[in-house]
Design a protein around this ligand. Structure first.
Ligand code: NDP
Length: 323
């Protein structure tokens, strides 16, 4: 039986590449010097695309070079790297990797929150610089008595809330819809949630619909003792407004795992001693990245065995509805 041709946009885990190499004919776009010529040659044969939020985009330009494409299997629960509207228009299924990373991302979010409030990276730098020999580390802000607002109480947001319950803090949330089965206080307005909170944790999808949701007005509402934690996407926060708010003391601090133009981070943020900056690592353990990679593979093998996708995104439901 001839094997199906799959195109991969950027390097993924060796275990993913190995599995796909075994089951399919895997084409490596990132290794090609002349991508246009390569796509002209192999494009018509490609029936599946493996892509990732980290190492490649599946934009309309790429999708349209692949006339026989049936499925885009994307690594990551967020899929703002895929032009889903274009895929839906052509009845191409898009899959992501939900759920397998909920606990890991929630763990990291709590770690980032505590690191930001208790200044853990700063204290580590202080000790290594030999400064403890001269004076104790300055006292830090606290999580005690804080009101935590979660923007986006989805799969990961709920896992974060569950952990926060153990910290004995007030929890509230904002989303476009109230969730009747959730006991946390709901704020229909984001500014309203920010006003009622002094920690705001952002864990919505990225993309056009959430672009700059966290703007100057929201930051102002969190207030001068407030902390912003962003583990969603850089695009959800107006980065320039955040830099200005941190500079002016409009908010106290921020813990950021994601940025506008990754991996480039503005020098203004790097120069700020009071913020904690992480290189987009929320799901980045060996265990969880392997599980995500396996789901990328499983979606493709399931589809090409005729069993449909395992985790199709909402915009390209299965069975396929023609638009
Ligand atoms: P879900 O779809 O389960 O949850 C998303 C939540 O966001 C929902 O509760 C939704 O509520 C809310 N939401 C969506 N749009 C808006 C809006 N415009 N305004 C306010 N709330 C909104 O997704 P997951 O929890 O699985 O993942 C969330 C996101 O986390 C991912 O899309 C990704 O961007 C990010 N992420 C980041 C990682 C990292 O490494 N830093 C790792 C994993 C995920 P409602 O529909 O009621 O508005």
């Amino acid at each position: 039986m001839t094997k199906t041709d799959i195109l991969m946009t950027g390097p993924m885990l060796p275990s993913v590449i190995e599995s796909l190499d075994q089951a399919f004919v895997l084409h490596r776009l990132w290794e090609q010097a002349d991508r246009a010529a390569y796509l002209a040659e192999i494009g018509p044969r490609i029936r599946g695309l493996a892509t990732s939020t980290m190492t490649g985009r599946a934009d309309a330009a790429l999708i349209n070079r692949l006339p026989n494409l049936e499925i885009i299997s994307s690594f990551g629960v967020g899929y703002d790297n895929v032009d889903v509207a274009e895929a839906a228009k052509r009845s191409i299924i898009v899959t992501n990797t939900p759920d397998v990373l909920n606990e890991e991302v929630a763990d990291l979010t709590i770690g980032l929150l505590l690191a930001t409030l208790r200044q853990i990276p700063q204290a580590d730098r202080y000790l290594r610089a030999g400064r403890w020999l001269k004076a104790s580390f300055p006292l830090s802000p606290t999580l005690r008595g804080r009101k935590v607002g979660i923007v986006g109480l989805g799969r990961i947001g709920k896992a974060i809330a569950k952990r926060l319950e153990g910290f004995d803090v007030a929890i509230a949330y904002h989303g476009r819809t109230q969730q009747e089965d959730m006991a946390y206080a709901y704020h229909p307005s984001l500014v309203g949630l920010a006003e009622a909170s002094d920690v705001l944790i952002v864990i919505t999808p990225g993309g056009a619909s959430t672009r700059h949701l966290i703007n100057a007005e929201v930051l102002e509402a969190i207030g001068p003792s407030g902390i912003l934690i962003n583990v969603a996407r850089g695009s959800v926060v107006d980065q320039q407004a955040l830099i200005e708010a941190l500079r002016a003391g409009t908010i106290l601090s921020a813990g950021l795992d994601v940025f506008d133009d990754e991996p480039r981070v503005p020098q203004e943020l790097i120069d700020m001693e009071h913020v904690v900056l992480l290189p987009h690592i929320a799901s980045g353990s060996v265990h969880t990245r392997r599980a995500m990679g396996q789901l990328v593979v499983d979606n493709l093998t399931s589809w090409f065995s005729g069993n449909g996708p395992l985790t199709a995104v909402a915009e390209t439901p299965y069975p396929i509805r023609s638009t």
